[in-house]
Design a protein. Structure first.
Length: 98
């Protein structure tokens, strides 16, 4: 189902959560439902965000560094990108530019 892109943020938890052993969190909005998941490691949080993104395509994951700036982003889309060979065949070309 194509629609608005769901955005998930992987970011460091606040000081209170960090004191309890929760260092990272995944936050987002899936339709009308707010998502807030605590995780002990950044890798666990990114893996969880990827699972959510694949279930709610189109989606984007924005990973923040400890200081809050954006470290990287991943986009998950329902649309499949054509390979260069497929683009050439569709355009009727034989090799060369695509």
């Amino acid at each position: 189902m194509a629609g608005r892109m769901t955005v998930y943020h992987v970011s460091p938890s606040g000081d209170r959560a960090a004191a309890a052993g929760v260092k990272w969190q995944v936050e987002g909005r899936e339709g009308r439902q707010l998502l807030h998941e605590p995780h002990r490691t950044q890798k666990d949080a990114i893996d969880a965000a990827r699972r959510h993104a694949r279930e709610h395509e189109p989606a984007q994951i924005i990973v923040h560094a400890r200081d809050g700036h954006i470290r990287t982003a991943y986009t998950y889309s329902e649309a499949r990108t054509a390979s260069p060979d497929e683009r050439r065949r569709k355009a009727g070309e034989r090799g060369g530019l695509y």
